[in-house]
Design a protein around this ligand. Structure first.
Ligand SMILES: [Zn+2]
Length: 345
């Protein structure tokens, strides 16, 4: 569908009152938004690689979104969620909303934090602790970056005993290869991923990671995290290394969940009770992981399964809460309709 037609349709949903009706019906729900990067529009230069910015929202759009949710929702901090579940908060006929960020990019500190402060909204930041203060790449992003930037016309990889070919001659082929390879790897064990990554590096020596755009790829420093923490922002774990929990053995899961929690608590001097699953789809975590989270004292965990959290059901789903991912390709009218639940992205 053409973009202008989509926008007009989405506008119709807002101005016809349908979104308002949905919000009224969801007044006992908690809507959780997921962001990754926030960057000013004029710093997003690399137009031909817009695909790499799919999880980046411009600072201008982010501010409009926060303004909107401030008016039509009740922004909440995770520390207040227990009161909502217990029915101890006075209701004002609007749904609750939680703003979350995955991974821990420095652009969150530079461009999202000032907006959150301006509107008095608490942000929740899930950190991949080994990466803080670095410009290393998360493995999923390295796979994507190498494929998008290599001059090679095809890549061949053996994964779990099977040989795969990935044509990478055109931008469309690269995007397809990136999605396909990451989809395959996300279901493998950690040693297989490490081996494929080594092989991919060998096959793409022309890709220079030193050329990384800092605005997009640099992670927050602990000093920046402490400053945000002092202003009331809340930090949770997103593992130490961003391997998906289904890539790991039970021992590895227990280790990464305990270690990331310990580091965050040591650096911020605040308890770390919250977790977001890397990738966060239903195949990326299981009962086993829920038990480990519980044992370690985590109180809530967030998936990337789209949906709305009905307050009465949160205690039953406290380790599998729904979230709505906000991406680069969302105009404001579509944003309004997606978070009202009248539009499926
Ligand atoms: Zn992540």
């Amino acid at each position: 569908m053409k973009a202008w037609l989509k926008n007009n349709l989405a506008n119709l949903l807002e101005y016809s009152g349908l979104n308002a009706l949905k919000r009224w019906l969801r007044q006992n729900s908690v809507v959780v938004l997921t962001y990754h990067g926030v960057i000013p529009r004029d710093l997003i230069k690399n137009e031909e690689h817009l695909f790499e910015y799919r999880n980046v929202v411009t600072q201008e759009d982010f501010e409009k979104q926060i303004q909107f949710v401030r008016r039509h929702y009740i922004p909440l901090s995770l520390n207040e969620l227990q009161e909502v579940i217990g029915g101890r908060r006075q209701k004002v006929c609007r749904p609750y909303i939680l703003i979350t960020f995955d991974d821990g990019f420095e652009n969150n500190y530079k461009y999202a934090f000032p907006v959150l402060k301006k509107y008095g909204v608490v942000g929740h930041f899930f950190l991949t602790t080994d990466f803080m203060g670095s410009q290393k790449m998360l493995w999923t992003e390295e796979v994507n970056y190498r494929i998008m930037h290599t001059q090679k016309k095809r890549i061949e990889l053996v994964i779990g005993g099977h040989r795969y070919e990935f044509p990478t001659g055109t931008v469309a082929q690269k995007e397809h290869a990136s999605i396909r390879l990451r989809r395959i790897l996300k279901l493998q064990r950690r040693p297989v991923i490490v081996e494929v990554l080594r092989e991919l590096r060998e096959q793409t020596p022309d890709v220079v990671l030193e050329a990384l755009t800092p605005e997009r790829y640099r992670f927050m420093s602990w000093d920046q995290i402490r400053e945000m923490s002092r202003s009331g922002m809340i930090f949770g774990s997103h593992t130490t290394h961003h391997f998906l929990l289904n890539n790991l053995t039970a021992e590895e899961v227990a280790h990464t969940l305990a270690e990331s929690k310990r580091v965050i608590e040591q650096e911020t001097r605040e308890t770390c009770n919250y977790f977001s699953y890397p990738n966060g789809e239903k195949e990326n975590f299981s009962e086993r992981d829920t038990r480990i989270l519980m044992r370690l004292g985590y109180r809530f965990a967030f998936t990337q399964i789209p949906g709305f959290n009905e307050a009465d059901f949160i205690p039953l789903r406290r380790y599998a809460l729904y979230r709505i991912n906000i991406s680069h390709f969302m105009s404001l009218p579509i944003f309004k309709s997606i978070i009202a639940g009248t539009w499926i992205h």
